[in-house]
Design a protein around this ligand. Structure first.
Ligand code: FRU
Length: 514
């Protein structure tokens, strides 16, 4: 795996690695996705915006490349793509691991943590304390605060703030509910497949409000929830409840689902059908997805990030000395009406800043598209972006888009407009042998138009993210191509037209030394 420089070497100190000339040069190290410099990462945590900085905390093992010693790693960015690594924010301590949770800006100093001289409002992290010194581990909810823009942290001395003496009670996500000037916490009872809502005036004392679930997908435990209001394009407000699920997701293993409905400060009432799960993504690598807190009203976007992995094989990915990547950040909108309300995920405008050079072609056949890519993009390497509007017209054959095509190696997206099905096949995508659950083929019913199908793919060194019909459906997938081969090839009937085709080389945003 990875670069020859690392052959035989199994452990690195951060300093040793950061000063090596192999820093971020591993073949499968993403160029535009967030990855920890070294060691293990899982869920995004505590995503919050303050004073020009997007903060990303994440489940982190400071001591190894597999899950353990869970702590909160930390990074900041001004544009969601160029991340600056900061020291670990919250460390495992006294047998208490720092599990997943959220962070908020306590603008009104409801906690009283801000004293007279402190120039910044408290940034408060609300997380699950996981006790390793008590058998399986008691889980309860803790808080910690920072008065210096997230740089240094103090754990609250009266933790825990919410405790039911349970072994499975985790992943608090807190929002400010302006209507009643209080905080609302959404937290999971994983084994019971329920989320529970609590309210608080000061983030310290929590009162039970109500429960939701089991509902939707229940073939796995419920983790990492999120609840927030989101307007549709006509300005109507809806409430979205995110529930991550492991295993039992659409493509198998870990994944996410959502419900859209109403929230009155006490109870969440879904409008969408709770008997048929609504999937956040159809790929195998999009888990623990939650959204940013405190995006200014003048911006108004709902932005998210997911962990681009799956508990089925996360500990076995063939990479070193880092392990795991986040998805690209996404912007969410609500479309449709009533029971047909849906979430659409697109890329935030900051993504356009990564485009280096691009070329387009209009009204092409699949052969013309291949010729164009061959002529114009001989040296195309990830990261890159490709988008096309496919018009199948009278064709009866599916359109196939292959990525990293080399001899028998390829990852295939097949769009069958007649059968209204899409297949994503990574069974021969390169290195698939590190875990039996990794090679996979997933069939997905196509939603939206089948007359004009819009497809965008963002391809990095070890991932492909596909956005169909403006993000009405997404497919997020890790792939480990052994040979990069031809970056993209189209195949299908000559009657199929590509109304437009755009290919952009993207600038790398991670692993750039200051
Ligand atoms: C989800 C999860 C969370 C937990 C964390 C522990 O991936 O299992 O429920 O807080 O990871 O690392």
């Amino acid at each position: 795996c990875d670069t020859p420089k690392q052959k035989g070497k199994t452990s690195w100190s951060l300093d040793e690695y950061a000063s090596s000339n192999g820093y971020y040069k591993e073949i499968w190290r993403p160029g535009i996705h967030f990855t920890p410099q070294i060691n293990w990462m899982n869920d995004p945590n505590g995503m919050v915006y303050y004073d020009g900085e997007f903060h990303l905390f994440y489940q982190y093992n400071p001591f190894g490349q597999k899950w353990g010693h869970m702590s909160w790693g930390h990074a900041v960015s001004s544009d969601l793509f160029h991340w600056k690594h900061l020291p670990v924010a919250l460390l495992e301590e006294d047998g208490v691991m720092i599990f997943s949770g959220s962070a908020v800006i306590d603008w009104n100093n409801t906690t009283g943590f801000q004293k007279n001289k402190d120039p910044h409002p408290p940034m408060v992290a609300i997380y699950t304390g996981h006790y390793t010194n008590l058998g399986h581990g008691l889980q309860n909810q803790h808080i910690a605060y920072s008065l210096d823009k997230g740089r240094t942290w103090t754990k609250y001395d009266k933790n825990p703030v919410l405790d039911h003496k349970m072994e499975n009670f985790r992943d608090p996500k807190v929002i400010w509910y302006d209507h009643e000037k209080c905080w609302i916490m959404t937290v999971c009872l994983p084994l019971e497949k329920k989320v529970v809502f609590y309210k608080s005036k000061d983030l310290k004392k929590w009162l039970f409000l109500s429960e939701f679930g089991p509902a939707g997908a229940i073939d796995g435990i419920w983790e990492c929830p999120d609840l927030f209001p989101l307007q549709d394009r006509d300005g109507n407000e809806h409430w979205v409840l995110i529930v991550n699920l492991n295993p039992g997701s659409y493509a198998g293993g870990s994944g996410g689902q959502y419900f859209i409905g109403k929230f009155d400060g006490r109870t969440f009432r879904p409008i969408t059908n709770i008997n048929k799960p609504l999937w956040l993504d159809y790929g195998k690598d999009y888990y623990a997805t939650v959204t940013w807190s405190d995006i200014p009203e003048s911006d108004g976007r709902r932005l998210s990030l997911g962990w681009m992995s799956n508990w089925e094989y996360a500990n076995n990915l063939p990479v070193a000395p880092w392990r795991s990547a986040m998805s690209l950040p996404r912007q969410w909108v609500v479309s449709g009406k009533g029971k047909n309300l849906r979430l659409q995920q697109t890329l935030p405008a900051e993504f356009l800043g990564l485009r280096r050079s691009g070329k387009s072609l209009d009204h092409a056949t699949v052969n013309e598209a291949n010729q164009f890519i061959k002529n114009q993009f001989v040296d195309l390497q990830p990261p890159f972006e490709v988008s096309a509007t496919l018009v199948p017209r009278h064709s009866t054959e599916p359109v196939r888009i292959s990525f990293f095509n080399h001899n028998t190696q390829k990852t295939i997206l097949e769009i069958d407009h007649m059968g209204r099905m899409v297949e994503f096949d990574r069974s021969q995508s390169g290195n698939v042998s590190f875990h039996p659950r990794f090679p996979s083929r997933t069939q997905i019913p196509l939603e939206g138009s089948n007359k004009r199908i819009h497809m965008k793919a963002v391809v990095d060194n070890s991932s492909i993210e596909i956005f169909l019909n403006d993000g009405l459906q997404t497919i997020t997938s890790r792939v480990f191509p052994v040979d990069r081969g031809t970056p993209i090839t189209f195949s299908g009937d000559e009657k199929t037209r590509l109304l437009d085709l755009h290919v952009w080389k993207l600038k790398r945003s991670m692993g750039i030394k200051d």
